[in-house]
Design a protein. Structure first.
Length: 201
């Protein structure tokens, strides 16, 4: 009975908190999405920095991408050229974007924070796009994206560029839904030069 009582209390508190969030005005809801995304991601990054990659090497389970991104970013920042001066097998835009965390030191933490910001931007774009048809649905989708295990995993423990690629994929779609066809076409072209996934649009 005790466990059932605790479960009921937690469920009620969760429901009340969710309803409070859903009742927020637009600006406060945006702030809540940003804050929730930061707390969620930074908590996992703290665990990773404090323990996870202390026991499991950075290279294990994360692939060879971090040193490759650093090499390409350093090449661009040094005034040299992709493809000619460093081995490059991906389109140029994704490498230009990944130059940002490299410019801030290129550490694992720099990439984690960069991908965290990408995830939060994706959540905001989802909210702003869907709320035009359904405010409540847009609010829920933003939260659901942020708590998705794959969303969190790729920005923190696994540290891959999927959060950035999703952003490049989503922006032209969001502009298209809003009827901004020319801007959507430009964003689509940029997205294709990041990864080929936007071609599916």
């Amino acid at each position: 009975m005790g466990n059932i009582g605790i479960y009921s209390i937690l469920r009620q508190r969760f429901s009340d908190t969710l309803e409070t969030y859903l009742g927020y005005k637009h600006r406060k809801k945006l702030q809540s999405i940003i804050l929730f995304g930061l707390v969620l991601h930074l908590s996992l990054i703290a665990v990773d920095q404090a323990a996870y990659h202390g026991f499991i090497p950075v290279e294990y389970g994360r692939g060879p991408d971090l040193p490759i991104w650093r090499a390409r970013g350093d090449t661009i920042l040094g005034g040299d050229l992709l493809y000619r001066d460093v081995r490059t097998e991906t389109p140029p835009v994704v490498n230009l974007a990944l130059m940002v965390p490299v410019a801030f030191g290129g550490s694992l933490l720099a990439f984690q924070i960069f991908f965290t910001l990408c995830n939060i931007l994706v959540a905001l774009v989802l909210y702003e796009t869907i709320r035009r048809r359904d405010e409540r649905l847009g609010s829920m989708v933003a939260l659901m994206y942020l708590v998705n295990p794959f969303t969190l995993f790729h920005a923190t423990f696994y540290t891959q560029d999927e959060p950035l690629i999703i952003l490049f994929y989503l922006i032209p779609l969001a502009l298209l839904v809003r009827g901004r066809f020319h801007q959507s076409a430009v964003a689509l072209g940029i997205g294709i030069w990041a990864k080929m996934w936007p071609l599916l649009l």
